[in-house]
Design a protein around this ligand. Sequence first.
Ligand code: FES
Length: 175
Amino acid sequence: MSQEKPSQTSPSSSPTSSPPSSSSPPQDSHFIGKKEDIVRARRVTRLVNGCRDVLVLYHQGELHAMDMRCYHSGGPLQQGDIEEFNGRMCIVCPWHKYKITLVEGEGLYQAVEDPTAKPLKTRWRSKGIKQRIHKVTEVNGDVYVTLNSSSEAYESDTYQTERYRANQLKSQPRK
Ligand code: FES
C-alpha cells in the first residue's frame, strides 16, 4: 500500500486531510465511515484502534481529525462551533471557549499588546500545538484516519489514557 501525501501539513508534521486520489488506504489507517455520511453528519467520533477517541469533522470541503477531548480540561470538542480567528479556522471548545486550529491543533488566544496603553489593543497569538491532529485519507468515498504517532507530547494526550476513559465511563449515568 502506498502512503499518500497530505494536502496540508502542519509545522510539526501533523497532517490533516489527503486528496481523494488514493487507490488504497494507507497502512496503519483505520476506517471511519463513508464520506457522504460524515459530510451529512458534519462530525463523527470514533474510538480508533481501541485506544484513541478521535473527532473527524467536515468543514468547507475539508476533512479534519483530532483528539476528541479538549487539551485544556477534556471538553467535548464534537460539540464545539467552528469559527475563524485571525484568518484561521478553529474549533471552539464548548466548555471554556478555548480556540484550537483545525489544521495544526494550535491553541490561539488574544493577547493585550501594551497593558498601559488606552484603549487596550489585542492581537491573536499562538500557545503552540496543544491538540493532537491525525491524518485523514479518503479512498473511493471511504474515510480513514491514521493516528499521529509522534513521540512529541501534546496536552490533549492527557485525556486519552485508559485510566481517564475508565473513570469517565464510571461517572456516566447508567441507562
Ligand atoms: S475544556 Fe476546553 S476550554 Fe476548557
